[in-house]
Design a binder for this molecule. Structure first.
Ligand code: 6GU
Length: 224
């Protein structure tokens, strides 16, 4: 999989993808993440990419031409399964959507800024619009990082323990159970006895019960 991220603040994303699991995923050739500076496609010496909104009103709008040039240059190199626009008025991101995207080939992610992008970009180039939650960020970069991270960790071979993504919270609409490590007794706070029993089936049953209990308490909406 290749993920191309188009941004007017590319430095926000560079360091994020240079670390930990995402770094290993790229070194292992499971994914290639390339961040593009939209200003490189401005077509003018001031490198400007935004302008006032027709009809007036506060806030600048990202113009269509630099974005069209960038997307077309990418599409001339390879095919893309989705051209995603990260925007607070997009479809709410959830695990099922992430699972589906992790099965795709190449993805473009366009990060919005200011008052958004010219509507014609969305009409002509964008195939999927995604929001990461009901709150407003100052730009789409953090949202693209969240989305790309959640996709990349699902790619086969990226996580050490092949089964560990399957036991994530949300993977069966259930929150994950509590986990413990050494020491078994921290200042009198002891771990549940069952985990020391060595009885695998009983432990699995306990974990499942804990998942149900947590989900009922914290996210009853997931059980409906
Ligand atoms: Cl994708 N972008 C921005 N700017 N704010 C958001 C968002 C995206 N998702 C939730 N809030």
């Amino acid at each position: 999989m290749r993920i191309d991220i188009i941004s007017c603040v590319p430095s926000l994303l560079d360091s994020f993808f240079a670390h930990s699991i995402l770094k290993r995923a790229q070194e292992g050739k499971y994914v290639e993440v390339v961040v593009h500076d939209l200003r490189d496609f401005s077509g003018n010496k001031h490198r400007s990419i935004d302008d006032y909104a027709f009809g007036g009103g506060a806030g600048m709008v990202l113009q269509i031409e630099p974005i069209a040039r960038c997307i077309r240059a990418l599409q001339a190199e390879r095919t893309y399964d989705e051209v995603i626009y990260l925007t607070p008025d997009g479809e709410l991101m959830e695990q099922k959507m992430v699972n589906q995207l992790s099965l795709k080939g190449n993805l473009i992610m366009l990060c919005g800024h200011y008052k958004g992008v010219d509507q014609r970009v969305r009409d002509i180039f964008i195939t999927k619009e995604i929001s990461i939650g009901d709150y407003v960020l100052s730009g789409g970069e953090l949202a693209a990082a969240v989305l790309a991270d959640s996709i990349i960790r699902l790619l086969p071979g990226v996580l050490n323990d092949e089964t560990s993504a399957l036991t994530d919270s949300f993977q069966d609409n259930l929150l994950a159970p509590p986990v413990y490590s050494r020491p078994s007794d921290f200042e009198g706070n002891v771990i549940p006895e069952i985990l020391m029993s060595g009885h695998e089936a009983k432990i699995e049953e306990w974990r499942y019960d804990q998942s149900i209990k947590r989900t009922k308490e914290r996210r009853p909406d997931l059980l409906k």
